[in-house]
Design a protein around this ligand. Structure first.
Ligand code: SF4
Ligand code: SF4
Length: 200
């Protein structure tokens, strides 16, 4: 469950321009049902701060360790068919202290290959639509906060385009399946919301 990452695309040529394409996690919880929650890393809290969470994890790892030693295939079946124990009603009950692997997913080597995250499938299509036939470079950035938050960790990389280029991008992205919520975030990440002033 990531907050947001985005791809900053730069198109080279006589009049170079650029655009930010953000990923919008819908918090559907699907990635929390994948077996890799076990390798998502340590939770972001000390044992004394969240003793119950640490105790639950300790008990789970001990149980899984015994299961692995007794019967490897039983362990594999368990991890394949059981969601993360902190997922309740499709919601992470330790969201603020979830492991870094959870925070970054799907922007991880494993995550970017995933076929289980619907917004990621759309994101890939949208990337392809923007890049098609254009010489470009692309850089990914991660932000732990969604746009609109005053506590945004780092400023979003400025993008540069004409309104004609922007509208052409929106049309391509819509064709690729961009949702209304994703369009709102796209506008935010490219300074196209009402509170932003652009000169181009
Ligand atoms: S599967 Fe994708 S959209 Fe769903 S919670 Fe995970 S990262 Fe978010
Ligand atoms: S800790 Fe939270 S975000 Fe991570 S897999 Fe479990 S429910 Fe999902």
């Amino acid at each position: 469950m990531v907050d947001t990452f985005y791809l900053h695309l730069e198109f080279t040529g006589k009049n170079g321009w650029s655009i930010n394409l953000p990923f919008l996690c819908t918090k559907c919880g699907t990635c929390c049902t994948l077996e890799d929650f076990l390798t998502a890393g340590k939770i972001n809290a000390k044992p004394e701060e969240h003793p119950k969470v640490h105790a639950k994890l300790k008990a789970l790892f001990e149980e899984l360790g015994k299961m692995w030693e007794a019967d490897e295939s039983k362990y594999e079946t368990y991890t394949m068919h059981n969601p993360c124990p902190f997922l309740v009603k499709n919601s992470c009950t330790i969201y603020e202290i979830r492991p870094d692997g959870c925070r970054l997913f799907p922007k991880t080597a494993f995550g970017m290959q995933s076929q289980d995250c619907e917004p990621l499938t759309r994101f890939r299509k949208m990337c392809a639509a923007l890049k098609k036939g254009r010489t470009h470079t692309g850089t990914y950035y991660f932000t732990g906060k969604t746009m609109g938050s005053a506590k945004c960790d780092e400023p979003i990389k400025p993008s540069k385009f004409t309104q004609k280029q922007y509208q052409a991008c929106v049309a391509k992205l819509r064709q690729a399946g961009m949702t209304d919520d994703e369009l709102t975030l796209f506008n935010d990440f490219n300074g196209q919301n009402k509170s932003c002033v652009r000169t181009c």
